[in-house]
Design a protein around this ligand. Structure first.
Ligand SMILES: O=C(O)CCC(=O)C(=O)O
Ligand SMILES: [Mn+2]
Length: 199
C-alpha cells in the first residue's frame, strides 16, 4: 500500500523483515569500509546525523558548502551501492537511469534533520528514493517554498518514500526518532538510505 504525503509517495512496508535484515548487513559492510562521519554544515554547526555513502558519488558538507564528492573524507572511493537498494530503486523510481549515490544516514535517539530541499543534483527530473530501517522517524513534508503548510508521517522500518515530479523539491526533514520502536538494529537507532542521480 502507498500513501501520498504532500506529494511524496510513501510505499508502506515495501521491504519484508528478511530483506530489511539483509540490507542492514549490506550497510554494515559499507560502514566497515567507509566509516560514518558527522559533517559540519556551512554554518559551522555539526549535523546530529552521522553519515557515509556508497556508489560513484557521496554527499558531504563542510564550511565550503553542500556537495557531492567521489571520495570519502579518508581519501578512498565510496564502496559499491548496496544491491538491495538498487533493486528498490528499480522497483519504485520509474525512470530508466540507475542511481549514482546512496547516502547512508544514521540517527541515534537524539538525531534529527532540519527542513531542507534536496537540490545538489543536476537533473531534477530524476526522483529521490529514501529507505527507512530501524526505529520510527517523524518525517515532515512541506511544499516547494519554505514556510508553507506541512504534513507529517511516522516512517517505519521497511517504508520507502519517493520524491519525484512536482514533489521533487518539496521541503522535508526528520523531527525526531522514536527510540526502541524497532528491534531491527540491536543497539537501536535508525538508518536512512537516500538514493539519487547526481550529474
Ligand atoms: O532520513 C530521512 O528520512 C531523510 C534524509 C534526507 O532527507 C536527506 O538525507 O536528504
Ligand atoms: Mn533530503
Amino acid at each position: 500500500m502507498s500513501v501520498d504525503v504532500g506529494g511524496i509517495v510513501v510505499h508502506l512496508e515495501h521491504l519484508t523483515a528478511e530483506k530489511q535484515a539483509v540490507l542492514v548487513e549490506q550497510v554494515r559492510r559499507i560502514v566497515r569500509a567507509a566509516p560514518l562521519f558527522r559533517p559540519e554544515m556551512p554554518s559551522g554547526r555539526k549535523m546530529s546525523v552521522r553519515m557515509t555513502s556508497a556508489g560513484t558519488f557521496g554527499w558531504t558538507s563542510d564550511r565550503a558548502g553542500y556537495r557531492y564528492e567521489r571520495q570519502h573524507p579518508n581519501g578512498m572511493d565510496w564502496p559499491p551501492m548496496p544491491p538491495i537498494a538498487l533493486d528498490i530503486w528499480r522497483d519504485v523510481a520509474g525512470v530508466a537511469r540507475d542511481p549514482q549515490s546512496c547516502l547512508i544516514n544514521f540517527y541515534d535517539g537524539d538525531a534529527k534533520m532540519g527542513l531542507h530541499q534536496d537540490r545538489d543534483e543536476a537533473d531534477m527530473e530524476m526522483p529521490v528514493v529514501s529507505i527507512s530501517l530501524g526505529d520510527e522517524a517523524l518525517f515532515r513534508v512541506g511544499g516547494a517554498k519554505r514556510g508553507g503548510k506541512t504534513q507529517s508521517i511516522w516512517l517505519k522500518s521497511g517504508d520507502v518514500a519517493v520524491m519525484g515530479g512536482a514533489a521533487r523539491l518539496n521541503y522535508h526533514g526528520i523531527d525526531r526518532i522514536r527510540a526502541n520502536s524497532s528491534t531491527l538494529l540491536p543497539n537501536g537507532g535508525r538508518i536512512n538510505l537516500t538514493l539519487r542521480c547526481v550529474d
